[in-house]
Write a protein that binds this ligand. Structure first.
Ligand code: GLV
Ligand code: MN
Ligand code: MN
Length: 414
């Protein structure tokens, strides 16, 4: 049993890699804008692939553009223990959301190799393609397609604002990593562990470096299209207008009433709102907006979410309204196996830890449909995330990577 063996993390190497990645898509405000499979994101993949090859790790790519770095185990035929996260960011994203989980997994593989610690099962670090969903919709496609929750063909057909399909973007990634071997989608995984910044204030407030995640709250995402008719802004009386903006505002007002809860547990966000044709002197003919709704209780997800379409129809008046729901995922509770391994790893290394529930979504949500899964959270400054000011300390990154490495080895010996 090697779970207690020391696996020293190279704090400088881990921090330096974060700095190098933060330069890919760096924003003037100190954040990162690195959309999925953009030039910067593909550069990041190719760089890590070169470093992986240099360490003797195998590089693999699946049909959806998920990238895997594999360190063989004593019994190479066994299903691997996998860890990783995403490298894409929100348009005004930070330097740690997602990429920490990728780099912590990569550092764990290197540290395990440096320490000469053997393990039965192969270990893999993964970069899931397109977790944020800001260039290609919906979010978390890579892990969702991997586990068979979304269709490969449909998701490869997702189109960005410039008309580029995901299939074309994945082809560009493949060209940048010519030596990558093919990885089967859905291939068995023994266990999955994702490291991530908390994206909330709890760990920092309590001075605890390790969060052992118990689960992820459920989410429903809607797209609403309101269709009216273009008309002259100077001449058209109100009675003759089918103003898509006015109708959309009425829909939003109704939705805010429905989703208001005194306990402040409901998370309801309209983060994108597009008005067309977008000209000052033209009555708008089309509005598109999306709704991000989250709650830990599946009954509340069902009862409130099911009211969106009706509220949209009632609010839209004389305009036509279309509602679709590209994402629906119930709340996830992780089983005991992986969280218990994380608890033991944190305890063995003398790190304070607490259990914590995730308000944010993660690829671990979909991996939990495929294999025993868990997550390690570390604190981030003031809980700020999806914001260019996102920050975390090198020592917390290292503590997370250390607990991750020990958890991976103990799971890989089972
Ligand atoms: C992930 O980025 C989320 O939106 O929760
Ligand atoms: Mn993330
Ligand atoms: Mn995010």
């Amino acid at each position: 049993m090697q779970a207690g063996r020391n696996i020293p993390i190279d704090v400088g190497r881990l921090w330096e890699r974060h700095e190098q990645c933060a330069a890919l898509g760096a924003t003037p405000k100190g954040g990162v804008n690195r959309s999925a499979l953009s030039v910067d994101d593909i550069t990041l993949h190719a760089r890590l692939a070169r470093e992986a090859s240099g360490r003797g790790f195998e590089v693999l790519l699946d049909d959806y553009g998920n990238t895997f770095f594999r360190k063989p185990g004593i019994e190479p035929g066994l299903a691997p223990v996998m860890s990783g996260s995403h490298s894409d960011t929100q348009p005004t994203g930070g330097r740690f959301d997602g990429i920490f989980g990728v780099l912590a997994a990569f550092e764990a593989l290197e540290a395990i190799a440096d320490a000469g610690v053997s393990h039965r099962r192969p270990l893999e670090a993964v970069i899931w393609n397109n977790e944020e969903g800001s260039r290609f919709r919906p979010s978390a496609m890579g892990s969702s397609v991997y586990v068979g929750n979304d269709s490969l063909e449909e998701m490869l057909g997702s189109v960005d604002d410039q008309g580029c399909t995901m299939a074309q973007a994945v082809a560009q990634l493949r060209e940048a990593i010519p030596g990558a071997a093919h990885r089967e989608l859905g291939a068995p995984v023994h266990a999955f562990v994702e490291a991530h910044i908390e994206q909330g204030p709890v760990l920092e407030r309590e001075g605890i470096p390790i969060g052992v995640v118990t689960g992820i709250q459920g989410t429903r995402k809607f797209e609403v299209e309101v269709l009216g008719e273009e008309a002259h802004a100077g001449t058209t009386p109100r009675a003759n207008r089918r103003d898509a903006f006015v109708a959309a505002v009425a829909v939003v007002g109704r939705l805010h009433e429905i989703f208001h809860d005194a306990a402040d547990e409901v998370r309801f966000t309209i983060g994108e709102f597009i008005v067309k044709p977008g000209a000052m002197a033209v009555v708008p003919s089309r509005v598109w907006f999306c709704i991000d709704f989250r709650h830990p209780d599946n009954d509340v997800l069902a009862s409130l979410g099911d009211r969106v379409a009706e509220a949209a129809r009632q609010g839209a008046g004389r305009c036509e309204v279309r509602v679709s729901e590209p994402t629906r995922a119930g709340s996830t509770i992780f089983g005991d196996e992986v969280p218990d391994a994380i608890v033991r790893a944190a305890g063995d290394r003398g790190h304070a830890w607490r259990r914590i529930y995730s308000g944010a979504g993660h690829d671990a949500r979909y991996m939990a449909m495929h294999c025993p899964t868990g997550m390690v959270f570390i604190p981030c400054e003031k809980g700020i995330s999806h914001n260019e000011a996102e920050n975390a300390t090198a020592s917390d990154l290292a503590a997370g990577a250390q607990v991750l490495a020990a958890s991976l080895v103990s799971l890989a010996d089972r």
